[in-house]
Design a protein around this ligand. Sequence first.
Ligand code: UGA
Length: 437
Amino acid sequence: MKVTFIGGGYVGLVYSIMSAYSGHEVVCLDKDEGKIKLLRESVIPIYEPGLSEYASSVLKEGRIKFLRSYDSSISSSDLFFICVGTPSLPGKGLNLEYIYEALENLLPFLSEGSIIVVKSTVPPGTCDSLKAFLKSAGKECSVISNPEFLREGKAVRDFLNPDRVIIGTRDEKAGKALSDFYRYGKEKNIQIIYTDAVTAELTKYASNAFLAAKVGFINEIADLCEVLGADVKDVSKGMGADPRIGPEFLNPGPGFGGSCFPKDISALAFLAREKGLKSSITEAVIKSNEERAKNLAGKIIKILERNSVKPEEAAVSFFGLSFKAGTDDLRSSPALEIIKILKERVQTIAAYDPALKDKTAPLPLGILNLSSPEGARGYSDAFVIATEWEEFKNLDFSLLSGSGGSKIIIDLRSVTDRAKWRAEGFDYYSIGAVDGA
Ligand code: UGA
């Protein structure tokens, strides 16, 4: 099929490159000239394992074109995917101006029956409003909601093996055309769920909010484990073995972050308020995540003090700054939220993150950029593991802490070996473990 993607951000890039790889003829449009230039040279401006290899191969084979401006070559597209950003507004509703801008730019290239597919996460009702907008501009088009469920760091895998595809339209012909786009997943028996646009839009919000609630819930249980002397890992295992609960998203940690969960869950709560409903569960999940950073920062200070380290004279090293492993994305990163609070008391905060490309670039909040884990040697009053990168499992904290100084490991992701570091004389804290606090 011939398909056009508007927006070369995270979702647009993964979808356009991987659609080309799957056999479609693709155009990816982005108004950022610098980005288009890089993309034409196979330089992918996002960190997503595997994607640049796929990009080089589809560019070499001429299956994808990156364009800065709209031109008549897109008129014959079977599908127009909208993948532009929908940033939060101050009250936590969403700014849809980029979606409308994209449609206005598209107008001259649309004809009767053109199919617009909305991948951007938008409030329920948006696709119907967009359809009405196009109609008022003289274009009778189909507007389908087709939410994306890509995880950062695993997006290539998620594209190739989607666990479900949701097609939100009552226009059967348009829905069939979009299901043809997903034919690359046929032999994998992917589940296609056909519904209306409002339901599809709400399903995306409900999915992210439910996962965020699962994370918030296990974090709350982890806190209880610490005071009761229970082990949250085993609680998760025991809960997850029930197929009605499932084992995913039961790892406790410093809270959820990223560009999606915090934004989507706030938008869902905003939507409910706007409609005069009380969404007490959603509101509680937002609040508990905000409090998480505060509580963990307090715990770090407490651990320093019980080791007779004055926070005002301390140098603490963070391992991992991104909101989770497998990405360099710092947006709403729990590590940064904790550091923001710690900075009020702790003298120096340094950090190492394997995904940060420029190991010498200045970091936000005045954090010292350690170009390697070894750099932590000079900042070793406490080591805080904030992101679950594999390589942190094998770090030799004894070497990093040197001799004589304080020996503190605070593992917010439970990736390091508690028994080993305790045996080496560290004051070791990991979330939700027996004797955790
Ligand atoms: C999330 C969804 O998982 C995707 O399905 C969705 O497409 C995407 O948002 C989006 O809306 O575009 P992502 O933001 O990449 O994907 O992150 P997740 O892997 O879902 O993790 C979210 C947060 O929860 C992270 O901070 C992570 O560390 C935290 N988390 C996750 C935990 O603390 N514990 C867990 O057990 C799982």
